[in-house]
Every structure is written in structure tokens, then in C-alpha cells.
Design a protein around this ligand. Structure first.
Ligand code: ATP
Ligand code: MG
Length: 180
């Protein structure tokens, strides 16, 4: 499974539609301070279901929508889509290519799609759970997170190991079954 592309439109500093295609090997994103490097990482976290505006450096979720500059007015919609090559079916799906999209309007209306089909946040979570890619995973580690892992309580650190080992999903399913 490989990250193929990221489309960003109206999200944070990316007012115009921007397409980033990831080539085989390692990709580095470089640019001056304030040019949008962190916004790209946040776009990835957001499209995969991030729910915390604070973790996206905002106070409310609509802060991710392009808010305008002195040259250009604010937009009413943020849209991000991420495409994975899933020809090895690492993600539990029959599709060879998986495209997840999220849209948010200033009105608060929000839409998720998996391969063009409107989906729930829950479906996005299920798709990525235990792939090491999910919202709670460690595939994206911010500066502050490194410190919090070091300082975590033993039971929280155990949770990290369970997620990495892929048993977290089964624990969640067990808890769900016990409640039902
Ligand atoms: P550094 O090297 O300092 O870490 P960076 O390349 O990571 O910089 P970002 O933090 O991604 O830069 O981008 C910050 C820029 O994004 C700021 O100029 C900020 O005004 C702009 N920005 C953030 N949210 C929005 C928004 N909703 N609308 C317009 N611009 C925004
Ligand atoms: Mg940055």
C-alpha cells in the first residue's frame, strides 16, 4: 500500500486546488517558514478523520477553511482527498485504489466519501484501523507527541504497543460486543 496523491482545495493556505503526487521512494517537503508544509500534514490528518480543531492549530473546525488574505477573499469550503495504491490489499478492501475525501462548508455541513460513495466517519475509522494509518496511529508524529509518548503512563504506552501490533481492533470489537 502506497500513498499516491493528495488533492487540497480551500484548506488552510491552499486556496487553489493543489495536487501533490507522491513518487516511489522518500518525499521531502521543503519551503520557507509559513509556506504551508505543516498545513499539508494537517490536510492528511484531517482527511483521515481528525476531529480536534485544536490539534489542527485552530479553535473551531471551520478554521481549516481558507480564511482569505489581503489579496483574496475567504472561501466557503475546504476539500481534501487522499489516494492510496492498494493493489497489495494491505487495506482491507477489494479496491486496488482507495480515495478518501472530506469536505467541510462554513455552514457546518460536512461530507466524507470513500471511492466516491458518501460514508460515515466510522467507515473511515474502520478502513484505516490497524493499518498504522488511522487518526490515532503513529504514522504521523508531531513534535509535541514525541514528548508525550516518553511521558505516558504505562497503560497508555501499552495502548500504543497494541495499536502497532494490530490487536487494538479486536479489543474494540470485543468491547462493542460486550456492550451490545
Ligand atoms: P514553518 O517552517 O514555520 O513550520 P510551515 O511551512 O509549516 O512553516 P504552515 O504552518 O503550514 O507553514 O503555514 C502557515 C500559514 O498558513 C500561515 O501563513 C497562516 O496564515 C496560513 N493559514 C493557516 N490557516 C489558514 C486559513 N484558514 N486560511 C488562510 N491561511 C491560513
Ligand atoms: Mg511547520
Amino acid at each position: 500500500m502506497k500513498l499516491k496523491s493528495l488533492e487540497i482545495s480551500g484548506f488552510k493556505s491552499f486556496a487553489d486546488k493543489t495536487m501533490i503526487e507522491f513518487m516511489p521512494g522518500m518525499t521531502g517537503i521543503v519551503g520557507p517558514n509559513g509556506s504551508g508544509k505543516s498545513n499539508i500534514i494537517e490536510a492528511i490528518r484531517w482527511v483521515m478523520g481528525e476531529q480536534s480543531a485544536k490539534d489542527l492549530r485552530g479553535t473551531k473546525m471551520s478554521d481549516v477553511i481558507f480564511g482569505g488574505t489581503n489579496k483574496r477573499g475567504a472561501l466557503n469550503r475546504a476539500e481534501v482527498a487522499i489516494t492510496f495504491d492498494n493493489s497489495d490489499h494491505y487495506i482491507n478492501s477489494d479496491f486496488n485504489e482507495i480515495r478518501v475525501a472530506r469536505k467541510l462548508y462554513r455552514t457546518g455541513e460536512s461530507v466524507y466519501q470513500i471511492n466516491g460513495v458518501e460514508s460515515r466517519l466510522r467507515d473511515i475509522h474502520d478502513l484505516f484501523m490497524d493499518t498504522g494509518l488511522g487518526r490515532e496511529s503513529f504514522s504521523i508524529i508531531s513534535q509535541g507527541r514525541v514528548e508525550s509518548i516518553f511521558n505516558a503512563k504505562p497503560e497508555d504506552r501499552r495502548g500504543i504497543i497494541e495499536e502497532v501490533a494490530g490487536v487494538y481492533k479486536y479489543k474494540q470489537n470485543k468491547e462493542k460486543a460486550q456492550k451490545e
